[in-house]
Design a protein around this ligand. Structure first.
Ligand code: KIV
Ligand code: ZN
Length: 515
């Protein structure tokens, strides 16, 4: 059985998508889950791009032990050296460096001749190998590059010490047969290719990312790159859970295995969706909420007679198990801690205690606490940071009547430590809250996207709000789950603002250290 290494880039290519902004704790949490999920490599970020990315990559490299941790670097000396500082604490330091190879990118973006591009690629791989035992080199926009140029440049970067060669379909342009044949061609023509790993990296602009990635596997790829839930720039990257499940279910055909712990699929997918605020489409393959729903009478009848008539993947395979009521109002600290442990949470005593207090508060207002509720409470504690002084909502009150002007009053602690009370009106309750909060934060806020949904079932379910906004022209996403959607909305709004404050705080700290 061939082994296909899974290279996860949720925290790099995925995090690059519009509106996603994860803090260090959230990235660490996702990285820990990816390790549990069994991915071979985690691309934790782009260390030279920002102090926040540098810090997150460094912490992930120092924490994750069972997956290789890598970071992205342009073919620039300072990028490679900064990446080394971030990644050197990892068990097997790995660097991912790249340069564009298509005529359009070389001419318009890089303003370099093909010869110059070869020279830069070779120099950067040689430099990277001085530090890193493992160096992946990518030919950006490979699928719109000249094949013989790809052979030439790959001959040289392998000689220079690259240990993995990646062939990205950067703009999601290739068709499956074409992409597969490119892998075959390069496998047959590049010198020394059999000594390195050969990687596929597909974007989904034409909806072909999964088909292209599987075609690459059929034609010699030994590693595939993608993201959880397929998040990523524009139409996203290939969804890794689809590849892992396809290799498992069609093992008879592909004769390859990924090493992925399939039972962790649902949890990994939910964690990424919750922390990024990117909703999973209901009919999404493998992890969509309707992926196992059989509606039509004919299908239901078939399922009753023999589930295999219509079900090729079982919910159980991906860890989608329905757990009913888990804890209630009378459950004690011990039962709560036990449950948290069973659910795989590793929290400090301080965080466990804070989660327990939140649980008790919720149990007073909600009859049944489900695993979904606990997941929200525990994840929120796990990703809490106290890196900077931020806004804290103390109370929100809304006066609404069909014939009144909705008015909101907010009491909140500001970053300076003072408590302020602010009021404003709006066309509806939510707008009144948002107008009030805009006064509080004293900047220009534009709401780009706003969604509320329920976390579990029933009329007393927790309400979750996700807001994508720009604050003084910087975009960020905030989220919160509370018993009431108005409270969740106010907290999600402040959460988006606070992320920017924490980011700026980091930037200042790094600049102070650098001086
Ligand atoms: O899509 C792409 O080309 C990339 C490279 C940086 C590998 O993400
Ligand atoms: Zn990409």
């Amino acid at each position: 059985m061939r082994k296909i290494d899974i290279f996860d880039t949720t925290l790099r290519d995925g995090e690059q998508s519009a509106g996603i902004n994860l803090n260090t704790q959230e990235k660490l949490e996702i990285a820990r889950q990816l390790e549990k999920y069994g991915v071979s490599i985690i691309e934790a970020g782009f260390p030279a791009s920002s102090p926040g990315d540098f810090e997150a990559v460094k912490q992930i490299a120092g924490t994750v032990k069972n997956s290789i941790v890598t970071g992205l670097a342009r073919s620039i000396k300072s990028d490679i050296e900064t990446s080394w500082e971030a990644l050197k604490g990892g068990v097997q330091p790995h660097l991912h460096t790249f340069i564009a190879t298509s005529p359009i990118h070389m001419q318009y973006k890089l303003n370099k001749t093909p010869e110059q591009v070869i020279e830069i690629a070779v120099e950067s791989v040689k430099l990277a190998r001085k530090y890193f035992p493992l160096v992946q080199w990518s030919a950006e926009d490979a699928t719109r590059s000249d094949r013989d140029f790809l052979v030439r440049i790959m001959n040289e970067v392998i000689k220079a010490g690259a240990t993995t060669i990646n062939i990205p379909d950067t703009v999601g342009y290739a068709s499956p047969i074409e992409y597969g044949s490119l892998f075959r061609y390069l496998s047959e023509n590049v010198m020394g290719i059999e000594k390195v790993k050969l990687s596929a990296h597909c974007h989904d602009d034409l909806g072909l990312a999964t088909a292209n990635t599987l075609a690459a596997i059929e034609n010699g790829a030994t590693q595939v790159e993608g993201t959880i839930n397929g998040i990523g720039e524009r139409a996203g990257n290939v969804a890794l859970e689809e590849i892992a499940v396809a290799l498992h279910i069609r093992n008879d055909y592909y004769q390859a295995e990924s090493g992925i712990v399939l039972k962790e699929t649902k949890r990994t997918s939910q964690l990424v969706s919750k922390l990024t605020g990117v909703v999973i489409q209901p009919n999404k393959a493998v992890v969509g909420k309707n992926a196992f729903a059989h509606e039509s009478g004919i299908h239901q009848d078939g399922m009753l007679k023999n589930p295999e008539t219509y079900e090729i993947i079982t919910p159980d395979l991906i860890g989608d198990v329905t757990t009913e009521l888990v804890l209630g109002k009378h459950s004690g600290r011990h039962a709560f801690f036990d449950r948290a442990e069973q659910m795989g949470f590793v929290l400090s005593n301080e965080k466990l205690n804070a989660a327990f207090v939140a649980f008790k508060k919720l149990a007073d207002r909600k009859k049944e606490i489900t695993e979904e509720d606990l997941f929200v409470l525990l994840t929120d504690q796990q990703v809490q940071t106290s890196e900077a002084e931020v806004y804290e909502l103390e109370s929100v009150q809304v006066q609404y009547g069909t014939s009144n002007i909705p008015t909101a009053t907010v009491q909140a602690k500001t970053p300076s430590g003072e408590v302020e009370v602010v009021s404003s009106t709006g066309a509806g309750s939510v707008e009144a809250i948002f107008n009030t909060l805009e006064k509080l934060v004293n900047g220009k806020v534009h709401i780009i996207d706003y969604r509320v949904s329920s976390v579990s079932k029933g009329r007393d379910a927790l309400g979750e709000a996700v807001i994508n906004l720009s604050f003084n022209d910087v975009i960020s996403t905030g989220r919160n789950a509370s018993q009431d959607v108005l409270e969740a909305s106010a907290k999600a709004y402040l959460n988006a603002i606070n992320r920017q404050i924490v980011k700026a705080h980091y930037q200042e700290q790094r600049e102070a250290v650098a001086q």
